[in-house]
Design a protein around this ligand. Sequence first.
Ligand code: CDP
Length: 790
Amino acid sequence: MASTPRTSPEVGGMGHSVKRKEDPRFLRGKGNYVDDIQLPGMLHMDIVRSPYAHARIVKIDPSHALKIPGVLAVITGETLAQYKLHWMPTLMSDTQMVLPTEKVMYQAQEVAAVIATDRYAAADGVEAVEVEYDPLPVVVDPFKALEPGAPVLRTDKPNKKDNRIFHWEVGDRKGTESALAGSDVVVEQKIYLPRIHVASIETCGIVADFDRIRGKLTVYMTTQAPHAIRTVIALVAGHVGLSEEKIRVISPDIGGGFGGKVPVYPGYVIAVAASVVIGKPVKWVEDRMENLQADSFARDYHITARMGAKKDGTMTGLEIKTIADHGYADAAANPSKFPAGLFSICTGSYKMPKAFAEVDGVYTNKPPGGIAYRCSFRVTEAVHAIERMTDVLAQELKMDPADLRLKNFIPADEFPYKSALGWEYDSGNYAGALKKAMDLIGYAALRKEQAEKRKKGELMGIGISSFTEIVGAGPSKHFDILGIKMFDSCELRVHPTGKATARFGTKSQGQGHETTYAQIIAEELGIPAAHVEVEEGDTDTAPYGLGTYASRSTPTAGAAGAIAARKVRDKAKKIAAYLLEVAEDDLVWEPGKFSVKGAPQKSKTIQDIAFAAYTNHPQGMEAGLEAVDYYDPPNLTFPFGSYICVVDIDRGTGEVKIRRFVAVDDCGNIINPMIVDGQIHGGLTMGMAPALLEEISYDENGNVQGGSFMDYLLPTAMETPRWETDKTVTPSPHHPFGAKGVGESATVGAPPAIANAVVDALSHLGVKHIDIPITPEKVWKILKEKGVAE
Ligand code: CDP
């Protein structure tokens, strides 16, 4: 379907590289972001933040701030406590402070908010608020946090006697233990995925506008899930009179979300409270350092993995134990029943007879973490673990990592495949993707070149990652967030002149939904994509949906779009039969028109039919041509791919240079090849970043290292290699048009390909593993240790 589109380029259905409808406004500076919103009488908010990672608040003195011209109010935890709004639930049903009344739990935590007539006065006010702190012992190491006698951090929970948040396990513990015991080879490796941050171009922000007369709250905010946020606001603040039908959440253009704009941040709640109390619009837009230091983080998984195999390389079992550092609150944006997200995809692309995984979530004095940074709830961590372990095993067995993968892949004819940890993979052809990538990069020749280079002392490595993703949360029998089932929706209305408006429950943050959703409708109805107006992100108009993250839009809302269009087509068929004076069974459909079987000259276009739906429809039939669909997927979709990376290492500096990177992706049937390519290019760069550059760490006092772009290294064009992309197409059997999600595949698949390449370059020196980010400093230390540094 992807290679030979069914529709003409003018219609622009699936498989056409239609230019993005949204680009003219972005390229011309006409995007409309939260910070572009200006309302009459709007006030500005800025936030006082804690310099300490753990400290009792002795006193907050706002008096000097209140003397600054333009400063109107200083809001503290005590102010919010009057309305019982100083704590809020997290998406994982933990609790999180909006503003503290007793103590702060991480550096840069919100302590008070200043409301002023302009942003500068608000910032001056923040400087002038005097806060007296009494420092408390700081716990930054999650292993130490679990030791007996460690200070208990969540003193707000009367029954909490330790820092463990949850213990979660899946699989067959005993069976895996005995599989490993009976294996010819067992490899073990500790793997750490450090804290990183999504660092989207646009930081988070809100304009909260409470209209006292109408009792209506309108909020413009940077949220990936506007409907869920509206429900959360109603649940959290219903007791102060904010009722769901009187709340309108508008998510305007968003400058990148990547999972970081799913949670509810304290700043949002304070701004809403301030607007309700003051009765004027209040704007809060965080700055870059606040964004890096205080918003939700990703990863921070300390993994210990063991993998067994027979002598010939057949995998026998996998056991993974993980300590997950969630910071001071479990604010992970996960489906409720999955405290470690979809980490149990960790058996990857392989036939793993036995597997067991356990994860312990731990509180530390850090910002709440656990967001799904451009990944479907911990898939990145899982894929990194399995793809690194596969290379560790190959090294132990002295097998080529490609051969080991090809030996253990789930064969293409065994799908749907039930994994040892309970997932039913829908479809796949893993060997097909790897072989294609090997051909494209010239794998055999590269191995020869590597052998030659090794003789000369040059360091070159080849790394493979054959990942399986799990996206499209989700089937509502398993997936909910705060009890709300994870379906998604489309409301499609065809107007009398044959043009359409389609509204969705998701919210694009750069993925191009306005284009691709229009293409889905074009494919199903033959209405040109140019004439399908797509709207998302306004809770007053769009149907309820769970939003865009975890590559779920195409598998869920995209499917809802196709089904809604098919419902419209069913009605259109009735109208066509009436107009053509034949039975419905006598009609045949091709995109854009119904014609009479055997008499193709007798036909009615979708435009004819749309007009008739309002002007000349059969007696007894309702007027109009529209449909709604709330799509509950029967299963997730399992995109996959094989990436091969070639690196050269500079023995003088330890610098890793990516010479080539071939990415073969499979996301089933493709809506827009150009957009998919764009998603993969961006994703590969975002996957390279944590592999080589990005990390946020903390010193023993909980001071954040990497809290600005001076230390948190984002990739630029200088570091980014030329990505070489290709694809295979293995449709999802259960998705209405055979598509799988793709937005995150590359971010998930790229880091282990790069890490494997670097380790491969050094494997002959006895190097088995290097934790990401693989910085020049880390590599240079290894080179020095091995006596090969220049
Ligand atoms: O949920 P999110 O939009 O981030 O992820 P997605 O569903 O994987 O889609 C990312 C972009 O790629 C959207 O514009 C999709 O419509 C497009 N896409 C596509 O053209 N074909 C696919 N098989 C999957 C996604």
